[in-house]
Design a binder for this molecule. Structure first.
Ligand SMILES: NC(=O)c1ccc[n+]([C@@H]2O[C@H](COP(=O)([O-])OP(=O)(O)OC[C@H]3O[C@@H](n4cnc5c(N)ncnc54)[C@H](OP(=O)(O)O)[C@@H]3O)[C@@H](O)[C@H]2O)c1
Length: 273
């Protein structure tokens, strides 16, 4: 874990959930942590937690208010951050949101917002920072989801955005390899975060049935998997054995996963009738 000592790490969405847990762990590993999100009060509270875990006096901690869906703002704020704190060695794009609903209840405005937050937000931050990172080398981790490699009932807009994150990241990894910039994706399962609590408010019964037996991970365990994934330069970082199993089944015997999900969906639909 010495790999993280004195590294400059930018975390978008670092004021809550998985991003916050990652910042805390990296603070304990001697990294300089700069976090970005919209709400200043939550950013300040998150930063205080990270600073509380510093391991040396010269470690740098800072935050900047930023809406990642605004490409102009991202260019300006990231440009200023590079001037003030230096080019990041590690960029972790952790912003994302899910609002599960039946497909016909998702209007264009929701689809558009989901794509802007989950996919365009990553595009905006990567676009602003790659020109700097190319001359230094480093690592970019984009947060996708298990919904980034398997379709799940109730998540049509979310799956579209998270599948996009994986395709984007795989292509970018090839382009940046010669500049020694590594690109990875993190695909968490259900994780106990404020975002997950919001997500649970609108889940259709079928969506709950599909994931009812699955383990819910802690954000700290997910953050630990993320950090280990960076250390070992894995492209697909999938926290937990259940997630890895689902990935392998989806890849090699997708009909098994489909059968399992369809039977859970049918049972939930019978109960609704
Ligand atoms: N939790 C899960 O079960 C789970 C499972 C799979 C994948 N994921 C993915 O993991 C990532 C983190 O999820 P989480 O549950 O930890 O989220 P969370 O607790 O809701 O935190 C989201 C973070 O993103 C920031 N944010 C939201 N919209 C933003 C915007 N437009 N611009 C800048 N910052 C913004 C939030 O702060 P502000 O609101 O102040 O901006 C907050 O810091 C997401 O990409 C999510 O899709 C989560």
């Amino acid at each position: 874990m010495r790999k993280f000592n004195d590294k400059i790490v930018y975390i978008t969405g670092g004021s809550s959930g998985i991003g916050l847990s990652t910042g805390r762990l990296l603070a304990q590993l001697g990294a300089h942590v700069i976090v970005f999100a919209r709400n200043e009060t939550r950013l300040a509270a998150a930063l205080a937690e990270m600073e509380g875990r510093r391991v040396k006096p010269k470690q740098m901690f800072a935050f900047r208010c930023l809406d990642v869906t605004d490409p102009e703002a991202v260019r300006t704020v990231m440009g200023e951050a590079v001037q003030s704190f230096g080019t990041p060695d590690i960029l972790i794009n952790c912003v994302g949101r899910a609002l599960p609903h039946y497909f016909e209840e998702i209007d264009f405005a929701q689809f558009d917002e989901t794509m802007k937050v989950n996919l365009y937000g990553i595009w905006n931050c990567v676009s602003a920072l790659v020109p700097h990172m190319k001359s230094k080398g480093g690592t970019i981790v984009n947060i996708s989801s298990m919904c980034g490699f398997m379709g799940v009932f109730g998540y049509t807009d979310y799956c579209a955005s998270k599948f996009g994150v994986i395709g984007f990241s795989q292509a970018l990894r090839q382009e940046l390899q010669s500049y020694k910039v590594k690109v990875s994706v993190l695909c968490p399962p259900d994780t106990e975060t404020p975002g997950f609590a919001t997500e649970n408010l609108t889940k259709p019964e079928e969506t709950k049935a599909v994931s009812s037996g699955a383990k819910i991970m802690s954000p700290n365990d997910v953050a630990m998997a993320l950090i280990k994934g960076i250390e070992h330069d894995r492209f697909m970082i999938i926290p937990g054995s259940e997630g890895t199993m689902a990935y392998l089944i989806q890849r090699y015997v997708p009909s098994v996963l489909d059968w399992f999900m369809q039977s859970a969906i049918r049972k939930a639909q019978k109960k609704r009738m």
